[in-house]
Design a binder for this molecule. Structure first.
Ligand SMILES: Nc1ncnc2c1ncn2[C@@H]1O[C@H](COP(=O)(O)OP(=O)(O)OP(=O)(O)O)[C@@H](O)[C@H]1O
Length: 267
């Protein structure tokens, strides 16, 4: 039984004549790490907004545990590309705040737990720094530590590593896997990414969206056992084939759309 379910969901923003999401149906199981890839503007972030309950669908139904999603809730943590830390709070206080908000720890216990989380992301000596005093990669580490602090069953992640350099990205991906596996039941993760390699390294399944309005073009099952090793993965024939398949799905749609706009001028 799917934990998260989107059933023929459409979204037309007020004042727009074209839907951002059209007839999107997708089911995500408890404990699944689903990656979503698709061309820019195809409605990936809009879908996150719908799942988060920040936006209401124009038609169709979204459910979590069979209950309609109508508003944001502590059962869904959202992680954005732009870190979304409170700039007036230190790294430690950002995490303390999340622990207190989620009711996981208070006072001294919250500070201790926040310290441990910062240690886990390798930032124990930066706990007193404000977000503006940290590099982009460090800020995203704090954002991941804060995501751990929320300990939500569902994580909605919108290109969480999009603004991070390649080296930091690799270690943040491994942190994300730590978060996913957790200490008890696996989290359910809906991860929007532009990076096909990231999707193939992290996901159980990859939903390839069509160009806007967003719909699922194809669901790809990622066959590699875990733990995955990047070095071996990239040499695996199946990895190379899946990567090429996703690339050609994305390119095909973009080319077709371009040809329609251009009146079929061959490219
Ligand atoms: N708040 C909004 N109000 C009106 N239109 C919006 C809003 N947010 C997104 N849109 C429109 O909805 C469509 C889908 O945008 P969305 O940001 O969901 O795409 P995306 O796939 O996440 O893009 P990207 O990969 O570039 O981040 C676009 O045409 C965009 O202009």
């Amino acid at each position: 039984m799917a934990l998260l379910n989107l059933d023929s969901v459409s979204l037309v923003y007020p004042g727009d004549d074209r839907p951002a999401v059209a007839n999107l149906s997708l089911a995500i199981d408890q404990g699944e790490l689903l990656a979503v890839v698709g061309p820019s503007g195809c409605g990936k972030s809009s879908t996150i907004g719908l799942l988060a309950g920040l936006t209401q669908a124009t038609s169709g139904l979204l459910t979590l545990n069979n209950m309609p999603i109508v508003a944001p809730g502590p059962d869904r943590a959202v992680v954005f590309q732009d870190y979304s830390l409170f700039p007036w709070m230190t790294a430690l206080d950002n995490i303390v705040f999340a622990l207190q908000e989620s009711g996981r720890a208070l006072g001294k216990a919250a500070r201790e737990e926040a310290g441990k989380l910062l240690e886990m992301v390798g930032l124990e000596s930066y706990s007193h720094k404000y977000p503006g005093e940290l590099s982009g990669g460090m800020r995203q580490r704090v954002a991941i530590a804060r995501a751990f602090a929320l300990d939500a069953p569902v994580y909605l992640m919108d290109e969480p590593f999009g603004a991070v350099d390649a080296r930091n990205r690799v270690s943040l991906q491994d942190l994300l896997l730590k978060l996913w596996i957790g200490s008890g039941a696996k989290k359910t993760i809906f991860l929007v990414t532009h990076d096909i390699d990231e999707a193939l390294y992290l996901a159980d399944r990859i939903a390839v969206f069509t160009p806007g309005p967003g719909r699922v073009q194809k669901i790809i099952e990622v066959p590699f056992p875990r733990p995955r090793r990047r070095y071996f993965l990239v040499q695996d024939r199946r990895y190379i084939d899946l990567r090429n398949e996703i690339l050609s799905l994305l390119q095909k749609e973009i080319l077709e759309e371009f040809q329609q706009v251009e009146g079929g001028a061959g490219i």
